[in-house]
Write a protein that binds this ligand. Structure first.
Ligand code: HEM
Length: 144
């Protein structure tokens, strides 16, 4: 593996870690009983939404970079590997679609200076579960 591909692969894994780590942290912060300082949770959530979308952009760019590294050896879509990749990409799309309302709810909550108590644990819990699913698919893809 050449150094550039190693760097791209490292960035892909680092982006995944940022998405997953932040979602786990917020799930824990939002679900804590008795609640921690709500403003803290809201502020971390606002910050995370920026990081999340930047990291999704990075995942798409570096993911395409990973594909490019296969060059002419890229397996066809109808191969077993191609099917796994398709499933992973559909899951990534689902994560992005699910995240639009999540970001909007967090943004609306911070503008109104309130925390939507019930929805935050649910939103970040679901985000964590979807990301762990994608992680499983990615490891299955990369390491059989
Ligand atoms: C459009 C988006 C994406 C594309 C095109 C893409 C593509 C790829 C490709 C081609 C590989 C290499 C597979 C192999 O060597 O067989 C890979 C590995 C991986 N991807 Fe993605 N990916 C995307 C998004 C994501 C997301 C959102 C996550 C996590 C949330 C993720 C996590 C991983 C992980 C953990 C690996 C394994 C890396 C390794 O073991 O070296 N990917 N991805």
């Amino acid at each position: 593996m050449d150094p550039l591909h190693l760097l791209v692969r490292w960035a892909h894994v680092a982006g995944m870690a940022a998405i997953l780590g932040g979602a786990l942290l917020l799930w824990w912060l939002a679900a804590r009983r008795p609640p921690l300082d709500d403003r803290l949770t809201t502020r971390v959530a606002e910050r995370y939404e920026w990081i999340f979308w930047a990291a999704i952009g990075l995942q798409v760019m570096t993911g395409v970079g990973n594909l490019g590294a296969f060059g002419n050896a890229l397996p066809p879509p109808e191969s077993a590997w191609g099917t796994k990749l398709t499933i992973k990409l559909v899951a990534v799309l689902a994560l992005a679609l699910f995240s639009v309302p999540r970001t909007l709810i967090v943004a609306a909550g911070s503008e109104a200076d309130t925390t939507p108590h019930l929805s935050l644990p649910l939103l970040y819990g679901s985000t964590t579960v979807i990301v762990i699913g994608i992680l499983g698919l990615a490891v299955w893809l990369a390491h059989g």
